[in-house]
Design a protein around this ligand. Structure first.
Ligand code: CDP
Length: 224
């Protein structure tokens, strides 16, 4: 049986998760947020008092880490060592930490193994940085979403305000996103980059629904 695998990559705030969730719902398949896994590794490092850039510590930390994903309808929950950390991984500190731990090859290899297993066992829309280039290079449908840094920072600001986080500013978020863009694009192992066969969509001036419609129409056209 051929699995449906849809890859959606791009930088922070480009709209990947909103679009991936809507596409998964429309197609009645699961949505896998791979960034949550890197965030869970970062959370564990931070909670253990480690520097998220310490390569030696990270290698030891991922050896026996227990990351589990559950799907409740369209919602993904992530468990770290048995505890639901779906909310705890959304802080600014964990975002930066995730980008740091994502540089480490041992971390990536461990998480990619889990991601590929989920894609083998399920029809899935997966979002991340390296899905089209590295995790699922044979995915039939690949998208790369972008948007201006100002727009991405603004979206993330309102998202975090909506979640009740108040001690944040757009300019700090923009700085954090720039740091991650650079870190994610320049790492040696599976960096953030567009797959040569991915469809690029600049979402800066598009509504969520317009992006969803665009992605779904590409999928339908290719399947016809
Ligand atoms: O939601 P947002 O775009 O802010 O970030 P995320 O998707 O939760 O990813 C957090 C961090 O994990 C990114 O900045 C990347 O460094 C890393 N990541 C990655 O390296 N590869 C992936 N497939 C997904 C995330």
């Amino acid at each position: 049986m051929t699995r449906i695998n849809i890859a959606i990559d791009g930088p922070a705030g480009a709209g990947k998760s909103t679009v991936a969730k809507a596409v998964a719902k429309d197609m009645n398949i699961i949505y896998l947020d791979t960034g949550a896994m890197y965030r869970a590794v970062a959370l564990k490092a931070i909670q253990s008092g480690f520097d998220t850039r310490d390569q030696v510590v990270l290698e030891a930390l991922v050896k026996d880490i227990d990351i589990r994903i559950e799907h409740d309808g369209n919602e993904q929950r992530i468990f770290l060592d048995g505890k639901d950390v779906s909310g705890d991984i959304r802080t600014a500190e964990v975002s930066i930490g995730a980008s740091n731990v994502a540089v480490n090859p041992a971390v990536r290899i461990k998480l990619v193994e889990l991601q590929r297993k989920i894609a083998k066992d399920n029809d899935v829309v997966m979002d991340g940085r390296d899905i089209g280039t590295y995790v699922l290079p044979d995915a039939r449908h690949k998208f790369f979403l972008t948007a201006s840094i100002e727009e991405r920072a603004k979206r993330r600001y309102y998202e975090m305000i909506g979640k009740g986080m108040s001690d944040i500013t757009i300019s700090q978020i923009e700085k954090d996103i720039s740091y991650r863009d650079k870190n994610d694009s320049s790492r040696a192992f599976a960096p953030l980059s567009k797959a040569s066969d991915a469809i690029e969509i600049d979402t800066t001036s598009l509504s969520e629904q317009e992006v969803v419609d665009c992605v779904l129409s590409h999928i339908t056209n290719k399947n016809e």
